[in-house]
Design a protein around this ligand. Structure first.
Ligand SMILES: *Cc1c(COP(=O)(O)O)cnc(C)c1O
Length: 365
């Protein structure tokens, strides 16, 4: 037998067509990574080390990683269900809530269906819409950084299959209010899926914020998305979940990656939802919320117009100066998240990091 030899391929010359929607996506630009001594306020991460009992759970689970994880993450699903107070049939877990959202769209979007979302909002929305074969339709966020739900309701067409409601909105910070969401859901057709993305739920201190579980009970076309990446400090392990009516949940589960939550992540997330970790998480979140208030007050005192924020970041509408200011921040050892021509998102980090940023921001005024 002779071996079949193929000519050495030029990796730049593949003629395999990519789907048009994929080819049209902008090239991925990785977030700034600290090169030397730098404060990383660019990715809305939790600056605290992992919760004590969660770290112990990860360490003890490490000895089992030669085995496949529980494919259906049964214990994690039951833990989440018990924690939020829904039936296990209403819970779908995944490799971060971005992956869960991807599976939500894959479960309901047919090619050409419209996926409606506010803009500027979470950067993953246009990408996963395109990957799922949907057509992105955006509605501008108000100058106050708030979602314009009446305008979003008016933008719903016969082609709309999904609406994404990001609350608090990343990167601007405000929440939608319960009455606004109720009015919105009252006019959106019942066969349009409304995803309420609550990635920053634990940081919310606004009494007018919606109770998403009550909203879910009243509206079977709602999916609630949550994550352990932010308040729980598990961004690196990737655990998120969706809460939905059982038939919808089963569809999302069917679209999910097999073994989508790895073993360490399952054990860590189960530990994170137990009382000892909850208490430690709540302390960290309270401290971050106090820092957020301090940052917001200080920036306002400097003369910045900062939208009200209920997340772990603040938004500065720096407009045309965005690139220049972000570069100056990097040079000063503070990594922030610029959105060219629009503004800068600054995560709430360690006290010293926040101080470093405040000092810098004062010089920009
Ligand atoms: C950070 C974030 C998420 C969570 O992402 P994970 O994949 O769970 O890490 C989801 N939605 C929004 C709006 C976010 O900002």
């Amino acid at each position: 037998m002779t071996a079949v030899t193929t000519p050495a391929a030029d990796p730049a010359s593949s003629t395999v067509p990519l789907r048009a929607a994929i080819a049209a996506l902008p090239a991925y630009v990785p977030g700034a990574r600290p090169t030397g001594a730098a404060w990383k306020l660019s990715s809305n991460e939790n600056p605290y080390p992992p919760l004590t009992s969660v770290l112990a759970a990860i360490q003890s689970a490490a000895t089992d990683v030669n085995r496949y994880p529980d494919m259906y993450a049964t214990e994690l699903v039951e833990t989440v269900a018990g924690y939020v107070g829904v039936d296990a049939a209403q819970v779908v877990v995944g490799n971060g809530s971005v992956a869960v959202l991807q599976h939500v769209l894959e479960a309901v979007v047919e090619p050409g269906d419209e996926v409606l979302f506010p803009w500027r909002s979470f950067e993953a929305y246009p990408i996963i819409t395109a990957v799922a074969g949907g057509v992105p339709v955006t509605v501008p966020v108000g100058a106050d950084g708030r979602l314009d739900l009446p305008a979003m309701a008016a933008a719903v067409t016969e082609r709309t299959r999904v609406v994404l409601v990001c609350t608090p909105n990343n990167p601007t910070g405000p929440v939608v209010h319960a009455d606004e969401l109720e009015r919105f859901l009252a006019v959106v057709p019942r066969d349009v899926l409304v995803v309420v993305d609550e990635a920053y739920l634990e940081f919310v201190r606004d009494e007018q914020a919606p109770d998403a579980l009550a909203v879910l009970r009243d509206n079977p076309n709602v999916v609630v998305l949550r994550t352990l990446s932010k308040a729980y400090g598990l961004a690196g392990l990737r655990v998120g979940y969706a809460l939905a009516e059982p038939r919808l949940a089963a569809g999302i589960r069917a679209a999910s990656t097999p073994f989508g939550v790895n073993h360490l992540a399952q054990r860590a997330a189960i530990a994170a939802l137990q009382p000892p970790a909850q208490a430690e998480m709540a302390q960290h979140v309270d401290a971050l919320v106090a820092e957020r208030t301090r940052m917001w007050d200080a920036l306002r005192a400097q003369g910045w117009e900062v939208p009200v924020t209920h997340a772990n970041f603040v938004w500065l509408a720096t407009g045309e100066r965005t690139g220049e200011l972000a570069a100056a921040a990097t040079a000063a050892g503070v990594l922030v998240r610029p959105f060219a021509g629009e503004g800068i998102r600054v995560s709430i980090g360690e006290v010293a990091a926040n101080d470093a940023f405040l000092e810098l921001a004062a010089t920009w005024r």
